[in-house]
Design a protein around this ligand. Sequence first.
Ligand code: AMP
Length: 120
Amino acid sequence: MAECIFCKIVRKELPSNIVLENEQFLAFHDINPKAPVHILIIPKEHFDSFQEVTPSTMEGITPFIQEVAKVLGVDSSGYRLITNIGENGGQEVKHLHFHLLGGAKLKWEHLADSNPKANL
Ligand code: AMP
C-alpha cells in the first residue's frame, strides 16, 4: 500500500517516535496524544483493520503489546487498548493499529455522538 501513511512509517519514509520494534511489529507515539501515554501498535504487514487481520498476526502482536506496556511502565498501573474499525468505529487511518492509552485514570463515558435510541 504505497499511499498508506503507516506503511510509510514502517518503511521509515515518514518519521515516527518509536517505542519498540521487531521484524513484524512497530510501536510509536501517537502524534496527537489523548492520554499521558498514547502509543500506536501496528503489524508491519498491511491489514486495513482488525476485521481483516489473521489469527497468526494476532497471536504475534499479543506479547508485543504486553512488552510495550512494560517498556512504558503501565503494565501494573493499567491501560486501555482500542482498535477502531471502519466508519462507525471512527477509524481514520486504514492500517490496523491498536491505541495503547494510559498514564492516568481514563474516563469511560457514552461514546456515541447521537442518542442511540433515536434510530429505533
Ligand atoms: P484512528 O482514528 O483509530 O484511525 O487513529 C489514527 C491515529 O493515528 C490518530 O490518533 C492520529 O493522531 C494518529 N496519527 C496520524 N498520523 C500520524 C503520524 N504520522 N504519526 C503518529 N500518529 C499519527
